[in-house]
Design a protein around this ligand. Sequence first.
Ligand SMILES: C[C@](O)(CO)[C@H](O)COP(=O)(O)OP(=O)(O)OC[C@H]1O[C@@H](n2ccc(N)nc2=O)[C@H](O)[C@@H]1O
Ligand SMILES: Nc1ncnc2c1ncn2[C@@H]1O[C@H](COP(=O)(O)OP(=O)(O)OP(=O)(O)O)[C@@H](O)[C@H]1O
Length: 312
Amino acid sequence: MSATTGPGWVTASAPAKINLHLGVGRVRADGFHPLATVYQAIGLRDEVTVRPAPSYVVTVDGDERLPLDQVPADESNLAVRAAQLLARRHGVDEAVAVHISKNIPVAGGLAGGSADAAAALVACDALWELRLAREELVGLAAQLGSDVPFALLGGTAVGTGRGEVVVPAMAPGEYWWVVLGADFGLATPEVYRQFDALHASDQVAEPAIPEPLMEALRSHDVLRLGHTLRNDLETPAVTLHPEIEEMLGAGLAGTAVAALLSGSGPSCLFLCDGSGHAHYVAGELAERGYGPVVVTSGPVPGARVERIGGPR
Ligand SMILES: C[C@](O)(CO)[C@H](O)COP(=O)(O)OP(=O)(O)OC[C@H]1O[C@@H](n2ccc(N)nc2=O)[C@H](O)[C@@H]1O
Ligand SMILES: Nc1ncnc2c1ncn2[C@@H]1O[C@H](COP(=O)(O)OP(=O)(O)OP(=O)(O)O)[C@@H](O)[C@H]1O
């Protein structure tokens, strides 16, 4: 199929994700770790625009505080891989130019590449007028990366398997977060390898979702949620980069309800009691020279079409 009608371009957005709980089990035979995680999509988001082009190309702009030159500008970019996978599966022989407007820290543990892939899937679905069911897109998403299905779903959700099996969770109300970026990145596989090294001689329990956390979410109890946040990758990440410990402590000294490493790091998250409190904590961090700092809230919806231009 090569479309000659339809939209001229499509822009989709995709949110960053955080893990309110990241329980990690012993590495599986396929090299992935079994997870029991609770994801939340937050307001910090990238936008991905696709338009027909003679070949696959990618351009990037966005928040100038980010190392935008570290986002791959070739076919290794996860958004391009998403577009190519969708085209291959549905017999589309048209290539697209992909433009990413980036706000999510790169290699920061906030699943920015996964967000871009999810946005590219929904944008290309609209551009090529495929109108696929969400479940079909979720199936493709899982082939692109463990975090990509959640980037499509959004909200608050429980993730199992290697993180790709996602089920919405009951979590009414909103939560306010301060996201503190680092001036270095962390490679996810390296952090998982460090987890393995630290647990080489332990019994690693099967990961499970803690009921007190789910109860705190159901009753929208911010203080209780703060007591139940946990990330099994925090110690491995701190072992690799001890300065993360200082970053986490800085938010707590700034009176955050709780501090947590985001995913595989190095971004740090501070749970706050409302918008005013979050802006206060962010101000405290910035005053002490920490940054970049972003105030955001969650949950928000997953990847979705924002604007459509055209016709061709
Ligand atoms: C840390 C998290 O962000 C938490 O949500 C994810 O587990 C990472 O998900 P992701 O970046 O989408 O990861 P993938 O692209 O699927 O895998 C990249 C690499 O991370 C490691 N990996 C990932 C997921 C998982 N459950 N176990 C792993 O060990 C593997 O070395 C894998 O080769
Ligand atoms: N669209 C993209 N945006 C950012 N990085 C990308 C993208 N596509 C591929 N990458 C590569 O993926 C690596 C990880 O980037 P990403 O920003 O997704 O990290 P992350 O948030 O730590 O990932 P995760 O939390 O999913 O493990 C980058 O170093 C980069 O080389």
